[in-house]
Ligand binder design. Sequence first.
Ligand code: SF4
Length: 483
Amino acid sequence: MPFAFKRYNDCILLVNYAGEHYFIDSIEFEQLLGHTLDKDTSTFKTLKSKFFIYNDLEELHSVIELLANQIRTKQQYLLNFTSLHMIETTTLCNLRCTYCHASTASCDTDKYNRHNVFNKDAIDKIIEMIFQTASKYIKIELQGGEPLTHWGLCKYIIDKSYQKNLEHEDKSIEIILCTNLTLMDESKLEFLKKYKVIISTSLDGTQEMHDAHRVTYGNKGSYNTFVQKLFLTRKVLGHNSVGALLTVTSKNLYRLKEVIDEYIRLEFDGIFIRPLNPYGRAKDLDNIDFGYSIEEFINEYIKALNYIISLNLNGKVFVDYYSSLLMRRILTPFSTGFVDLQSPAGAGISGVMYDFDGNVYPTDEARMLARMGDNNFCIGNVIKNSYSEIFYSEKLVNITKSSILQTMPGCHHCVFNMYCGSDPIRNYAEYKDLTGFRPDSGFCKRNMLIFDYLLDIVKKNNVDAMNVFWSWINKKNVKEIAI
Ligand code: SF4
């Protein structure tokens, strides 16, 4: 049966189309390729049970069926077409973060007042379109700029979405507000509580690290206000209602241990250590004073991951979300949707971005490119186009077709392609075409280095680390997992 492989110094990693893996020594590998592997060996039996091989032609049909079934289970997330609906509520922001992806505009009172009137027709059409999705689970994410500078619109969308949901009893909705929290107050929180809104915010580490980038237009740090509003938000909405995203720059990359300690001090349960993306003010990663190389990022990320593993082994439950997601893909047969890392790409088919003027983009990054003058990825407008004109548009079909790793040059034979994902919009931003070029892609290099590291842990069966990963996958304390 088809599989991909990668040679390491002491063994060869095999991965099949369903993401099953096996480490084999070079002698048995040659025997496998030469069809001379002894049927009584444990290697033969394991490879057969994982559908890498079949015994005779009579078995072939049923093995293909079983393998197809496994692939369908792994790709189950594709059935939720399209579940994440992001709405750009405003381009205004009260902060001016130096790495900002969103290409925001400043928020002086005049602009704020003029802008705080919204195009009701466009917003109503956006909400109507959201409920036409086939997905039964709808997440509506309010983004900006800073959505709280346009609170009237946020309230309107939340209210209207819940009203609309009454007409669609087969669907459930969840609303996520992406905010820097600094404009949050009790009356807003009371409204958000009524609709069980989840908060997604940003924390870059200690006060010094956070204030290095997350500053007001008057160049004042925002950390103190952030912390005060974080605890106020938790008090009203509940502790688990707030998650935070970390942006890694050269100011905090070499001090990730301190960042993790700060997350724990502020009572977060985990961290998503993500590198800068080449958009907005961080477009030219090599030439910005807070940039770094992929190798530096991975080096520090691995140190941070090992620190987090040691914390868990010492009784502190704290999750590294990225490795947890990847290990779930490597170790389990289950589907793990993650819009930013899937094949075909989640752009448009798992998540979609609506601008407040009604324009629709496959991703937030595509909308940012439009803000910078490149409107190539606008797939329609909710006022002018129907659902099918937008979601079955040639542009979106092309983006999806160009993002299937099993057919992409460089990825089609990569041993990690069942665990990896593609980002056609990023490819376009970097290479001016949807396919990109794997040999010098930072996205590819980062994922390869992380997969190599994680699979080495699996290969060596590092019991302590594996217990921690299983505790994250099963959402249990490591003591309940440890054998
Ligand atoms: S992006 Fe790189 S790591 Fe991912 S599947 Fe393609 S070649 Fe492999």
